[in-house]
Design a protein around this ligand. Structure first.
Ligand code: PMP
Ligand code: GLU
Length: 406
């Protein structure tokens, strides 16, 4: 038997990827599964981006690239940050990586020593706490709930800060809740960070363009803390390019140089063809992104009206991204036709997959064991059918013994 490292034995598999795998396995057996599990748009990559990639192949962009990305790509990203976010960064502050996921991993590995505390509001994207674990840091969670629209207050932030706090990490718009912090709410958090100059802030802005409440605000826009903010973003969501694998970090120069060194030993530069396509994406304007957002807004309203109609679900109205994160705790303790007790959100997600043939993700991996996540990045007819199935599967659950509150 192979003895694996403690590092890998202690790591959880990504729950989003695991659920989509289970859904695919069931579908391969001939079951008509609707997948609302993976956070991936159902749009195609824009044609002008695809053309740039085809040209790059023909022009023989087939060699290793600089580890941090082609200079003209980093220039295009710096111009995007200025134009869309009013943020000034030099190209030596930008590191292009194999997805925003790697950009996050780079920064966490470069900042966190064993025992350092990383403050993460819950619910959070599944990989945050696992990446902290890989770096041997300690995640310190601030729990939020549907009642506060899944937002933290400055007081709650202040209360968890200790001499070991090194990093704060969040996404707005948020995955999995869709919650968007307003400029005023961010300003109030900034006041706390101003008092604690030893804390760095990862601002994951991958859903910035899927925002229904107004213009996106980056916490890096606050000059007093900008040097300590690391902005994470990428192509996956805005340009429907999940498989192309390109993300980036924008940070102070020391962090960027550290990420460069780390990446030089782990992956080198990301795919050359994807990088050339990324230049076209960032220079190509936002028309396709805006069209996509309109579709997501329509779907959000559709899904909201259908979910609200399901007895026992508690739903918030997300301000962005493409997820719902309903509280399903009222179903805990109920029993399926097969006599299985739904103990928690993991059981409920599996029940919905096996009974309703709808793949969702348990909230547990997002740090909220009361909820499940549904992605509405799917066609309208699929969404309507999926929610019909969820409603029917939930209605078939019978009362059982009450389970202790989570
Ligand atoms: N951050 C968040 C909040 C995400 O939902 C995702 C998933 N797409 C990522 C980062 C990673 O994105 P990428 O595909 O660029 O690795
Ligand atoms: N970020 C997406 C999600 O939350 C993609 C899956 C993943 O990278 O974990 O579903």
């Amino acid at each position: 038997m192979t003895v694996l490292s403690d590092r890998i034995n202690n790591l959880a598999e990504s729950a989003t990827i695991k659920m989509s795998k289970l859904g695919r396995e069931l579908a391969a057996k001939g079951v008509d599964v609707i997948s609302l599990s993976l956070g991936e748009t159902d749009f195609y990559t824009p044609d002008f981006v695809k053309s740039a990639a085809k040209e790059a192949i023909d022009q023989n962009y087939s060699y290793y690239t600089p580890v941090t990305g082609y200079p003209d790509l980093r220039k295009a990203i710096a111009a995007k940050l200025k134009r869309e976010n009013n943020l000034e960064y030099g190209i030596d502050q930008i590191v292009v990586s194999t997805g925003a996921k790697q950009a996050l991993a780079n920064v966490i590995m470069c900042l966190i020593n064993p025992g350092d505390e990383v403050i993460i509001p819950t619910p959070y994207w599944v990989s945050y706490s696992e990446l902290v674990k890989l770096a041997e840091g300690e995640s310190v969670f601030i729990n939020t709930s549907i009642e506060s629209d899944f937002k933290i207050t400055p007081e709650e932030l202040e209360a968890v800060i200790t001499p070991k706090s090194k990093l704060f990490m969040f996404s707005s718009p948020n995955n999995p809740t869709g919650t968007v912090y307003t400029r005023d709410e961010l300003a109030a958090l900034v006041k706390v960070f101003e008092k604690h100059p030893e804390i760095y802030i990862i601002s994951d802005e991958i859903y910035e363009h899927i925002n229904f409440i107004g213009k996106h605000t980056s916490i890096a826009e606050f000059e007093s803390i900008k040097d300590r903010v690391i902005v994470i973003n990428g192509l996956s969501k805005a340009y429907a390019m999940t498989g192309w694998r390109l993300g980036y970090s924008a940070s102070n120069k020391e962090i960027a140089a550290a990420c460069d060194k780390l990446q030089s030993q782990i992956t080198s530069g990301t795919c050359s063809i994807t990088q050339r396509a990324a230049i076209a994406a960032y220079e190509g304007g936002l028309d396709t992104v805006h069209e996509m957002k309109e579709v997501f807004l329509r779907r959000r309203d559709l899904v909201y009206s259908l979910l609200k109609d399901i007895d026992g679900l508690k739903v918030n109205l997300p301000g962005g991204a493409f997820y719902f994160f309903p509280d399903v705790s009222s179903f805990f303790g109920k029993v399926s036709d097969d006599g299985e007790v739904i103990k928690d959100a993991d059981d409920l997600a599996l029940y919905l997959l096996n009974k309703g043939h709808v793949a969702t993700v348990s909230g547990d991996a997002f740090g909220d064991p009361k909820s499940i996540r549904l992605s509405y990045a799917a066609a309208d007819d699929k969404l309507v059918e999926a929610i019909k199935r969820i409603k029917s599967a939930l209605a078939q659950l019978k009362d059982g013994k009450p389970v202790p509150a989570v």
